[in-house]
Design a protein around this ligand. Structure first.
Ligand code: BGC
Length: 382
């Protein structure tokens, strides 16, 4: 087969996970606490990736990936305020070293949504010293792993987290307050900037970025175009503008577009999100202005039957290729997710994985689409 869409040499191909969604056995974070309070589904053993990671990475290797994105769990590393658990740090070092022994590029996310209970109960980022508490933890993570990871992302999806927790009230801490949402977004940006500066003072060669969830807001007429422009600023740019200058790369998470006051009839994923691959192109083009490398840190589909995933991946990657042709310095693509996992307030029903997880037996089953993606990874295009 001819390779029509060839990617630059060294392009990073992989998939992503996050600690709470796959590891299992995390009982001391806000989500576990709120599950006990009946407010979110139980996560329990999740995919048992904490103990099963070697077998899962065998699959990663067999699928031809050359990169992997993962996160560490704050509540494991700092189970008590200011006290770091060296055993858990050693565990994550083994996990990362396992990936490195397979020659994979490792992108480590420092914080992916969950907070240790002690921090949550003190008010989390609402507490006056929230930014400092997070900075102390993040610097510990950077110190502990900088010799073995390739890049760090301080924060995953600040807007999704602040919106679900402080506007929609469907994630901890279940509040509805625009003011706090705005304040906390500012706190997160401030924390990121602190972490970046302090870590770089110690070691200027570190690669530190953020992972940002951007939505393609689309208007069709004068008024809706204006609304789309405002929402683009509000949702996509506001946070990035605050950290610009303090990021070595931007990780873009792209899932869907948002048509403003017009009907759009594309096929939908099991999440009900309309599939709109070209939106990824627009989002990449919009990031050009920040003048740093960009990686697609997450892009994926909940598709239990695996009937649309191959096409979904190909179409999105085709638009990544076009963005590169049009001058965006895209360095990687990471499919969300390696495994089916705990989809937050929706529990285990949604299946995003390249790999199916049977939650009764914990058996893994590689989906056909994973092989289609393998072809792309191994040929650096398709
Ligand atoms: C998050 C993941 C989540 C995925 C699908 C992103 O918002 O980073 O944790 O599972 O999208 O909803």
């Amino acid at each position: 087969m001819d390779i029509k869409f060839k990617f630059p040499e060294g392009f990073l191909w992989g998939s992503a996970t996050s600690s709470y969604q796959v590891e299992g056995g995390i009982e001391n974070c806000d989500w576990a606490l709120e599950a006990k309070n009946g407010k979110v589904p139980f996560c329990g053993d999740a995919c048992m990736h904490y103990s099963n990671y070697k077998d899962d990475f065998d699959i990663v290797e067999s699928l031809g990936h050359n990169a992997h994105r993962m996160s560490v769990e704050w509540a494991r590393i700092e189970p008590t305020e200011g006290v770091f658990d060296e055993k858990e740090i050693a565990h994550y070092r083994e996990v990362i070293q396992n990936l490195k022994s397979r020659n994979l590029y490792v992108s480590l996310t420092i914080w992916h949504f969950t907070l240790p209970v002690w921090f949550y109960e003190k008010g989390g980022f609402e507490a006056g010293n929230g930014a400092d508490v997070f900075t102390r933890y993040a610097l510990k993570v950077i110190d502990s792993f900088s010799d073995i990871v390739d890049d760090f992302a301080t924060i995953n999806e600040p807007m999704v987290w602040t919106s679900n927790g402080y506007i929609h009230a469907n994630w901890p801490p279940f509040k509805r307050t625009i003011k706090k949402h705005v304040d906390i977004l500012n706190t997160l940006a401030k924390a990121h900037n602190n972490i970046y500066k302090k870590a770089k003072e110690k070691n200027k060669d570190l690669v530190i970025g953020v992972v940002k969830d951007n939505i393609y807001f689309e208007g069709k007429n004068f008024l809706t175009k204006k609304i789309a422009k405002f929402l683009t600023w509000f949702w996509n740019d506001r946070f990035l503008d605050k950290v610009a200058g303090n990021v070595d790369y931007i990780g873009l998470n792209y899932y869907f577009h948002s048509p403003i006051l017009f009907k759009s009839n594309g096929d939908r994923t099991d999440m009900g999100w309309e599939i709109y691959p070209k939106g990824l192109y627009h989002m990449l083009m919009d990031l050009k202005k920040y003048n740093v490398p960009v990686t697609v840190a997450e892009n994926g589909i909940a598709d239990e039957g695996d009937t649309r995933r191959t096409e979904f991946i190909r179409e999105h990657i085709r638009w990544v290729h076009k963005a590169i042709e049009d001058g965006v310095p895209v360095i990687g693509y990471s499919y969300w997710s390696l495994l089916d996992n705990y989809e937050w307030a929706l529990g285990f029903k949604k299946r995003f994985g390249l790999v199916n997880v049977d939650y009764d037996t914990m058996e893994r089953g590689i989906r056909n689409s994973a092989y289609a993606y393998k072809y792309i990874c191994e040929h650096n295009g398709f």
